[in-house]
Design a protein around this ligand. Structure first.
Ligand code: IFM
Length: 481
């Protein structure tokens, strides 16, 4: 599973309980020919970069913003690897025009950012904070002035602490408050902001935040899992309804961290397959099935007992204009009887090329998730809303001649072309991310940006990948090497 960028501990994640890992090697990538017939993307293909409010904005106490769960979590010693926090981050609340100029400078037609719920509603509910909303209004106007189409995510993990105090996503009421928040935002921005992403990687927030305790709100209680999963799905459905009632001509979608789950082989292969199916149910199907089919996978039954009410699944199954797919790496899985979930991380295949997170660099996984959505979920329109890779971990300066990133992006974009040729309706690609930013529990030790930033001065310096991505966005032609 991807802890997003974090597929790193990948499934380690799913060692729901952090069981010791006796690793067994896994089968390799599926034998998919990823060589596309053409390297040319269509003219109307959307090229963009993606960011998130908490990772970039800083200005945590400015203009009436209330605290989020991450404000609280990051302050606890040991929670963030380098002891850093996001109080400044990339200073993008103040320097948003600089960011917009960089996006325009790269010739990109789209920008995916997230809105901070606690800027709009400081405690998560009640009276709207006009200054918070104004910020996003200015950002949208600045983007439109440069011909850049805004894509806004409503929830990228920064739940208002005021709501967490009342149980957070484990409390059904949070789903209703989420719809109120969506209503407030669309009322102000819906005339100009037309592309909406409801949730970002809900699986990551549910598992890392509520079961593994590695993300905010830092809980380790597997009994919360069913409630959190369902209330996020329910909130998503309610928010979609609120947006569509609030403005016309919107494209409403949501973003999932999809990962192929691959079982380890060996004498326990059949059991490893069971563990891998379990992870697939929680990580992929618990979000795809309710949205597209109005059902939950049977593996979720025990978790969901007493949680789903009559009519809920009808609310969850909303039509979408696109599905956002975030992909970094596949998950390798084995059975572990010592782990409460019976699921643990397995080794990538022998000799696999690994990224800084120790994950298998495997573009075939991107093809696989896109093609699965096409085959099993009615071939919806899709956008790759995140994909990218980190510098090797460390506190040193960013690598400006980041050829490794160019190779990573090129190979994954080949997979996108191959998926399109196989019939997947993929309309765009957002690289993660614009500027090296606050990478959650890894602080600033992990750098995903096309642009480096000197944290002392705020000065931004484009890396080699920025120029490479610009040439691609301008021509739509993927270089052969
Ligand atoms: O930084 C994260 C982002 O917030 C969600 N998806 C993965 C990225 C890289 O880890």
């Amino acid at each position: 599973m991807e802890r997003s960028g974090v597929s790193r501990r990948a499934l380690g994640a799913l060692a729901l309980g952090g069981a010791a890992m006796g690793l067994s090697g896994c089968e390799g990538a599926h034998q998919t020919d990823l060589t596309p017939k053409s390297r040319q993307f269509p003219k109307d293909f959307v090229w963009g970069v993606a960011t998130a409010a908490f990772q970039t904005e800083g200005a945590q106490a400015v203009d009436g913003r209330g605290p989020s769960v991450w404000d609280v979590f990051e302050k606890v010693p040991g929670h963030v690897k380098d002891g850093s926090d996001a109080t400044v981050a990339t200073d993008s609340y103040r320097r948003f025009q600089d960011d917009v100029d960089l996006i325009a400078g790269a010739g990109l037609g789209a920008y995916r950012f997230s809105i901070s719920w606690s800027r709009v509603l400081p405690t998560g509910q009640g009276a709207v904070n006009p200054a918070g909303l104004d910020h996003y209004s200015k950002l949208v106007d600045a983007l439109l002035a440069k011909g850049i189409t805004p894509y806004a995510t409503l929830f990228h993990w920064d739940l208002p602490q005021g709501l967490q105090g009342m149980g957070g996503w484990a409390n059904r009421d949070t789903a209703l408050r989420f719809a109120d928040y969506a209503r407030a935002v669309v009322e102000k921005l819906g005339d100009r902001l037309k592309n909406w992403i409801i949730l970002n990687e809900a699986a990551v927030h549910a598992v890392f935040g509520h079961v593994l305790g590695e993300h905010a709100p830092g809980l380790k209680d597997i009994n919360l899992l069913g409630k959190v999963v369902h209330h996020m799905n329910l909130g998503q459905g309610l928010a979609m309804q609120a947006l569509r009632a609030g403005a016309s001509g919107l494209n409403v979608g949501t973003t999932m961290a999809l990962q192929p789950c691959r079982p380890a082989g060996g004498p326990l292969a059949i059991w490893n397959r069971l563990a891998s199916d379990g992870l697939d149910a929680l990580w992929n199907k618990a979000w795809l099935d309710p949205l597209f089919r109005g059902t939950y996978p049977k593996e979720m039954d025990d978790f969901l007992k007493g949680v789903v009410r009559d009519g809920d699944l009808k609310t969850v199954k909303q039509p979408i204009d696109f599905l956002g797919v975030n992909y970094y790496a596949p998950a390798y899985v084995r059975l572990d009887l010592n782990s409460p979930s019976k699921i643990a991380q397995a080794n990538p295949p022998e000799g696999a090329e690994l990224d800084a997170f120790g994950r298998h660099i495997d573009p075939s996984g991107l093809f696989e998730v896109l093609d699965r959505v096409r085959r099993e979920y009615g071939a919806p329109r899709m956008l790759v809303t995140e994909n990218g890779c980190s510098d090797p971990f460390g506190t040193g300066p960013a690598i400006l001649k980041d050829d490794f990133r160019i190779v990573y992006l090129r190979r994954h974009l080949q997979a996108v072309l191959a998926a399109r040729e196989a019939g997947c309706d993929v309309r765009g690609y957002f690289e993660w991310t614009l500027i090296d930013n606050f990478e959650w529990d890894l602080g600033y030790t992990s750098k995903f940006g096309l642009v480096a930033m000197d944290r002392a001065t705020g000065v931004r310096t484009p890396k080699a990948s920025y120029a490479w991505f610009k040439a691609l966005a301008e021509t739509g032609l993927l270089p052969a090497t």
